[in-house]
Design a protein around this ligand. Structure first.
Ligand code: PLP
Length: 391
């Protein structure tokens, strides 16, 4: 018996364990301390009312033999794919229904997509990065190269200078909160088509875009032959606990002479039995006029928190990114301070908890991430403390 030895190569998930340990120690030493957590990457607002109603009604469907739904994949229902297709069409992106694959999460899909790709491919990821892209490829034994992103280019990922078969892009970005414009995305699409490389485009935060920027990689000419797009209802509509996402694979996309769309369809049909009917009804409701308005209101709430944090940090003299097209605010520690030093300073002086940038990759050292996913009241309280004590 052997195990997959690649798992031995994984770095321990030191980041959140260490944050938890430090907070517990601080609390033990300061029992009355009122700690505000702005490190969270999870949503906190309730689901849109339209989704709640649709899910209640879907439960009723399940209570009657005539409207009952079993394995969703066997029922030929594609009301959610229809709604997603129509949503893309609003941005001028034309997709066939069988180019849209529903799933339980962008986390699963960005990792599982590796099942259909050779383990000898070289994978490039941005540094700093959402750790799932790295760990899932370490599990598969792929070689990973880093694309260091820096303040000079506002954390836009540089085109690879060495060979890369697969590149993960995330825009708006977690953790830096920055979003790529059409020119930058076009450069990536042109590069991928010229090199026969595959772009794995994570658009989990597209709903937070407020500026005139592309929301889908398929708004960029040429993307259909080189890119897969991942999207999720998690951050868009508060579905982190419900679980629903989708991946788009155009039929033109060929790797090694094989249709990626067909391979992924085969993979999913074998390993995945579909998104629950009740969940799909809840997700469908986010595309109704009421649902859209409710989703927008919640996103505006988080973005307002992000703006509050961004402005306060700027007032306190920090250099800040993100928070405009993203719930994430990324900022530089002052005077060469390290990410963990800043973590300790914020915890000790302001009782505010965030996420050290170094936890997202070596290029994150000296940076820090806060999020707009808290409550408005606690966010205001946190920034008053930061302004008063660190400004
Ligand atoms: N992609 C990025 C960049 C994320 O930050 C997250 C969650 O934090 C996900 C994907 C996960 O999305 P889901 O909840 O759909 O699995």
């Amino acid at each position: 018996m052997t195990i997959n030895q690649n798992f031995q190569q994984l770095k321990s998930s030191y980041l959140f364990a260490n944050i938890g340990k430090k907070v517990r120690e601080y609390q033990a030493a300061h029992p009355g301390a009122d700690i505000i957590r702005l490190g969270i990457g999870d949503v906190t607002r309730p689901l849109p009312q339209a989704s709640i109603e649709a899910m209640h009604s879907a439960v009723d469907d399940m209570s009657r033999a005539e409207t009952f739904v079993g394995y969703p994949t066997d029922y030929g229902l594609h009301f959610l794919e229809d709604a997603i297709q129509a949503d893309y069409a609003l941005r001028g992106v034309k997709l066939d229904l069988d180019e849209i694959f529903l799933s339980d999460g962008a986390k699963s899909d960005t990792g599982n997509i590796g099942d259909i790709l050779g383990t000898d491919n070289i994978v490039a990821v941005c540094d700093p990065v959402y750790p799932v892209y790295v760990d899932t490829n370490v599990m598969a034994g792929r070689k990973i190269t880093l694309l260091p992103c820096n303040a000079e280019s506002d954390f836009a990922p540089p085109l690879p200078t060495e060979h890369a078969d697969i590149v993960y892009l995330c825009s708006p970005n977690n953790p830096t909160g920055t979003a790529m414009n059409a020119t930058q995305l076009q450069a990536w699409v042109d590069w991928a088509n010229a090199h026969g490389s595959l772009l794995l485009f994570d658009g989990a935060y597209e709903a937070f875009i407020t500026e005139d920027l592309p929301r889908s990689i398929y708004e960029i000419p040429g993307a259909r032959t080189c890119a897969i797009e991942f999207r999720s209802f998690s951050k868009t509509a508060g579905f982190t606990g419900v679980r629903c996402a989708y991946t788009v694979i155009p039929k033109e996309l060929m790797v090694d002479g094989a249709s990626v769309n067909a391979l992924w369809g085969r993979r999913q049909a074998t390993k995945f039995n579909g998104v629950s009917y009740i969940t799909q009804r809840g997700a469908e409701a986010t595309f109704t006029p009421d649902g859209r308005a409710q989703v927008q209101a919640t996103i505006a709430y988080y973005l307002n928190n992000a703006k509050t944090i961004r402005n306060a940090l700027a007032d306190a003299g920090f250099q800040v990114w993100g928070g405009v097209n993203s719930p994430y605010i990324w900022f530089a520690a002052k005077q060469g301070m390290g990410s963990w030093e800043l973590f300790d300073l914020l915890l000790n002086e302001a009782q505010v908890v965030g996420t050290p940038g170094s936890g997202f990759g070596p290029a994150g050292e000296g940076y820090f991430r806060l999020t707009g996913f808290g409550t408005a009241e606690r966010t205001v309280e946190a920034v008053e403390r930061i302004r008063g004590r660190l400004g």
